[in-house]
Design a protein. Sequence first.
Length: 156
Amino acid sequence: MRILIAATLVAGLALIQPAAASATGTVEKSACAPVTEQQIASLFDRWNTSLATLKPEEVLKNYSEDSVLLATLANKPRLTQEDRREYFEHFLEKKPQGHIDSRDIKIGCNWAVDVGTYTFTLKDGSKVPARYTYTYEFKKGEWLITSHHSSMMPEK
């Protein structure tokens, strides 16, 4: 069962790889952008630094136009940049700063997944431990978040 699920996941990811038309008009897969685990890990740092600006527009620069945000402190999925802006306008009022507690990174051709746990410290000193998954895709020369799921820890 596990092998079947993994094969299905890999097949699904192959479908989302960017394609380009060749001179003959046939569609070919784009070359894979070289990337390391450290570079993927630094994408969280880029995102966290954008939170510190307290400007939703800066945070949104990390997300692709078609990304999905399932945020820590919201019930509704954020499917558009306007939806994400609305969420971050309120979230940034809390002056959040995240810290990675544990992570596992997987890298493929022009995609990467960073999954683990992190803790947010808010301006009132409270801490919010959560689980996260960031999926990234290399689009138009940069790594962007294509989905971001974050949920508070269920056990107290």
